[in-house]
Design a binder for this molecule. Sequence first.
Ligand code: G6P
Length: 368
Amino acid sequence: EMVEKQGYEHFMLKEIHEQPTVARRFLSDRLKQEEVKMPELEEIWQEDFEKVMITACGTAYYSGQVGRHIIEELARLPVDVEIASELRYKQNFIDEDTLVIVVSQSGETADTLAALEVAQKKGAKILALTNTASSSIARQSDAVVDIMAGPEIAVASTKAYLAMLLGFYLLGLKLAELRGTLSQSELSDYRREILKLPDRIESTLHRTEPQCQKLAETIVDYDSIFFIGRNLDYSLALEGALKLKEISYIHAESYPAGELKHGTLALVEEGVPVFALMTRGKLARKTLSNVEEVKARGGRVIAVASSQLMEERAEDEFYELIKLPVSNELWAGVIAVIPLQLTAYYAAKELDCSIDKPRNLAKSVTVE
Ligand code: G6P
């Protein structure tokens, strides 16, 4: 095991640090300044696709929440995201004109496979976004996009989540191209910005790791930690809370920032840590007003925000300010998730938890 960990204390930390490489590998295979290579999608593409349904479990499901915003904004197709174990048992409106995207690191999650079968019976085209191209889910799908994150050993997913987001970025761009919803110059600007991501992921890792380590030591004494954000930032908040819960066993909840007043605020009292994610320009100001509400109740706000949006803010406005090098806010997820993963990791380490194999959880859930 020591050899495979390559000097890292845990697989999770190793996998967090592999993310720049994972991003470079995936993008060098599929993205050039002039084009996105997504032949798998082109092969099953139908002019009359009317909607997209994304289905998955766990972290893969949260990647789908990000994917929804990406596809809706770029390709202007309505997207539903359903937890696979729910999709199986509800009324669904999947038909021949639905593109179903099934997301799974392992490709073996029982509920996800069952949801795929439900969709297939309705005549939908199935595209799998998976880290295991030889898996059951891959075999049953009409098209398979391999996210190429490499073997992920830690139960809590990190590099596969990041690769899923990149998969959605490229799917979103290819769908936009096929549907003609973006101009050539817009497409090329978006592609150019994606190509910058591996370096930004790397610099974010190095810059935020010591900060997250220190921060983690100060938040582990609290029973509950909250994550708020709007739009894409809310989707990321979901994953941030899940990471913390899974490995540190601290109760964590994510809320759309606008919903704070409708419940969660009642739980915010002196010292309670609240992560406020702010990477979307138009929405940051709104989330900042929620930040004020939290501060007024004595909550400790940890702002995870793009540097640009924080230019006029003083560091001491927040308990902690984690600044991110975001240039295109649609692609901020792969950068913003890094400090969330690192904080969860160091919190679990501080609490002496079994990081790679958290209690009660399995890497792949092959029973219902
Ligand atoms: C388990 C794992 C999670 C994972 C989920 C879905 O719960 O502990 O990390 O996100 O299954 O797994 P999949 O392989 O389908 O992505």
